[in-house]
Design a protein around this ligand. Structure first.
Ligand SMILES: [Fe+2]
Ligand SMILES: [Fe+2]
Length: 298
């Protein structure tokens, strides 16, 4: 399959590797519940952060499985930049997770269990084509989550600007490289439609089961009672699943995956991408760029 051309993929993004970004995540004044003092939302994103170190290592390995079969120089370059971006994400999420450790969260235990599932089971027992499809599906989820976080200002209103800026940078780069694993899956790996759909079903199940399990553990470490956790969960489920909520706001983009002719670059990128990039070029300050992205939301 030829590498997607611009006329077929009008929303193709340039991938840029940015390094040594400092968000000040080790500052002691970042509140435990950094997202508007909301325990559910803060722990939702904290749980997500603990999933990145193993998840992104998995993505990089699954992409490397097929890298040598790629002839197109542009595609090879995009794969190289994808790996550089994911490597940086993991480094920064490790800094983020160090803050969670200082709060008494056993991050190593979470990583060990996640590793056992992704590497001990999936990489060991499932085919390389399937694990690449799973990578592409999870990459689609991270790219559309960027929209859920920043297309509307309300989601990140009241967040600590340093933590929000870290998610802003990660969101921008996920949108930039959203098609890399997909193109590898459709091209050299020749993954069919059914395997692609199956991978997305597993990705969704994994995402929600893990977020639920990890955030519940974090709420327990925060000293909540069973009934307090029930109340948090009820309010949180509404925030996640209400029509204008985390899932509802990206449901169309999520379901698009199941259309046979789907490609990530058929959808416009986040409206705030250009705003973030301009602010980053002008200031070289990732927190200022994060503020600009948040302000660009409607
Ligand atoms: Fe990432
Ligand atoms: Fe990614």
């Amino acid at each position: 399959m030829p590498y997607p051309m611009d006329d077929l993929h009008p929303h193709r993004q340039n991938i840029e590797a940015r390094e040594r970004l400092d968000f000040g995540l080790d500052a002691p004044d970042i509140p435990r519940h950094w997202l508007a003092g909301d325990a559910y939302k803060s722990r939702f994103f904290d749980a997500l952060s603990t999933m990145f170190p193993v998840g992104e290592r998995f993505f990089m390995e699954c992409v490397r499985d097929f890298r040598d079969q790629v002839q197109d120089p542009k595609m090879r370059e995009d794969i190289r930049l994808f790996i550089r971006q994911e490597g940086q994400h993991t480094m920064v999420h490790n800094q983020y997770n160090a803050r969670l450790k200082r709060q008494g969260i056993d991050v190593e235990m979470i990583l060990r269990r996640h590793d056992a599932w992704m590497f001990g089971f999936q990489r060991r027992h499932l085919s390389k084509r399937y694990t690449l499809a799973l990578t592409a599906a999870m990459e689609h989820l991270t790219a559309i989550s960027a929209h859920a976080l920043f297309d509307r200002r309300g989601t990140m209103d009241g967040a600590d600007p340093r933590v929000r800026a870290m998610y802003a940078w990660h969101a921008i780069e996920e949108v930039e490289h959203r098609a890399v694993a997909f193109d590898l899956m459709q091209g050299p790996a020749r993954v069919g439609y059914l395997l692609r759909c199956l991978a997305m079903l597993e990705a969704l199940l994994t995402f929600f089961v893990m977020i639920e399990a990890i955030s519940t553990y974090m709420h327990r470490r925060d000293g909540t009672t069973f009934w307090q956790r029930m109340r948090l969960r009820t309010a949180g489920a509404w925030w996640v699943f209400k029509p204008s909520g985390f899932v509802g706001s990206v449901a169309g983009r999520l379901l698009a995956w199941f259309k046979p002719g789907f490609h990530p670059d058929h959808e416009p990128a986040m409206p705030g991408c250009a705003v973030w990039t301009e602010a980053w070029r002008r200031t070289a300050d990732p927190v200022a760029a994060g503020d600009a992205l948040h302000a660009a939301g409607i």
